[in-house]
Write a new protein. Sequence first.
Length: 416
Amino acid sequence: MKKSNIIKVLFIIILIVLLVFSIIIVNKKYNKSINKKETDKTNVTENKPKEEEKHYEANLIAVGDNLIHSSVYRNANKLANYNGYDFKPMIKYIKEITQNYDIAYYNQETILGGTELGLSDYPTFNSPYEAGDSMIDAGFNLVSLATNHTVDRGISAVENSCKYWNSKTDILTSGSYCSQEEKDEIRIKEINNITYTMLNYTYGTNGMPVSQEYLVNVWPTDIDRINNPETDTKYQQYKEQVKKDIEKVKDKVDVLIVAMHWGVEYTHTPTKYEEDMANFLAEQGVNIIIGTHPHVIQPVAWIGDTLVIYSLGNFISAQYQNQGTCTNYKCTTGLMTSLKIEKTVKGDSKTIKITNVENELIYNYYNQSTWSDFLVIPFSNPIIKDYLPNYKQVYETYKNVVQSIDPTMVVKETVE
């Protein structure tokens, strides 16, 4: 082989070796870079803080109508040594329970217009401010004001009621206002990082004129046509207003409560109006519906994730114990419903659940011969035996009412 050819061959071999070597070097650097990137990705993933799940809880308890008949406020006057009115001793056994709750609801059936307007009884009620003071003292801080008796004593009583409740800054009320601006205000409370508000409506005002719409929230229902809500034009029109009210507030709170003054008095079965309203409210995303007005207990049930308490019955009143429309103690046996609100937050996700629903019967005792000695007693309190000898039979009767839609609904056992 010529010398020139040998040199060419050697040159080609050297080029091949250099090329192979270069490829090996580049490949190593590339793999190192890839590995570094993967390592960096892993480190970023490992170092990125994990989304922490946060859990918050609040508990709520609810009772029914604070119906202040004249015998109730006369008894309170006597308990205050005839200097004002003291209702606190009447509800001392309830306070033992309710003061332990974050949120405690009741319905102020009769307007708190104060003694300056003159106290009055059925059919046009007016009650002393001290009736509200006693409930606040017992821990109640969520109050519905829209009832069929809200305008019993006209604008003056509503204005006095507004002034009274507006002076109680820790209390959330709904349903009756002193101005349109006050009605339009969105009132939100917070407890344990859980925000809530309440809307409140009444079926009507016993035919009493409402000179200004803001005085009381009315969602009209014609109780003479209780089986035909779909044909009640005014009722259907107001649905749209209620929907707007809900849309205005529901995205601003974790929990939306709607208190409804609805139904037919002394009837344990919800009307078609109640069922239609409840389904409509559940469709709008309401979490809890609380019913009052029938003065007797109605069922507690679920519509999807919405808890519906159709009627809590009376809390305190001087309605008959066991006669007339109030046979078998149905007007003096009320309901006290408690529950837990659970809020779970993870990143941008939030869930709200209503759990631990439990119902307890309460008895509104008074001395029938003197219309005095009013006392509200939970059925779990052993003294129930002394005030209602047939308490077991009464318990079974109204336990069945509470469970008539949902047999799994918990009704707290009475004492043995």
